[in-house]
Design a protein around this ligand. Structure first.
Ligand SMILES: [Zn+2]
Length: 166
């Protein structure tokens, strides 16, 4: 844990607290609370809506120049098709999943800080049975560029303020 003095508000922020986590896919919040119990099946890793829309939880990683923190990760959900869902589900407990390549999905959250991220194509990289899958933008040039840029300390603070301390 490392605290850093903020260039925006002058307070100290905890690096471990600056990552943004979406608890569910956006679609989940579109469904009224009354209906969720019979339309949504979900746990920490998977969400299935109406028995036909499959969602997977994972990380959208960014490299940072902040040395004690190798990656900044947004905690997000993606939508996958049934076939992809089955491949991932069937191999869930495999320690080495590196042979499972070419998997794709669509981001299922709107990251307001970047705007217009919902339904954007991502590549899925499975990282083993102990760690969450990683997602990388593939088709949208703007988002690909954003994800390939390294985040510095000031970027992390901007994200933190945008999402938590407006
Ligand atoms: Zn601040």
């Amino acid at each position: 844990m490392k605290k850093v003095k903020c260039h925006k508000c002058g307070q100290y922020h905890d690096w471990d607290a600056v990552e943004v986590v979406f608890k569910y896919p956006k679609k989940y919040f579109d469904i009224s609370e009354d209906e969720r119990s019979h339309r949504v099946k979900t746990n920490d890793e998977i969400c299935i809506i109406d028995g036909s829309a499959y969602y997977l939880r994972g990380l959208l990683p960014f490299v940072t120049t902040v040395d004690h923190k190798k990656k900044y990760c947004w905690g997000v959900w993606i939508r996958v098709n049934e076939e992809t869902y089955k491949v991932i589900y069937d191999n869930w407990d495999l320690e080495d999943q590196s042979h499972l390549t070419g998997l794709k999905g669509y981001l299922a959250n709107e990251i307001a800080f970047y705007k217009d991220t919902l339904d954007k194509d991502v590549k899925i990289v499975l990282t083993g049975n102990e760690t969450r899958p990683e997602f990388y933008f593939t088709m949208d040039k703007r988002l690909m560029k954003i994800q390939s840029n390294k985040l510095d300390e000031s970027d992390l603070i901007d994200i933190y303020h945008y999402h938590f301390k407006n």
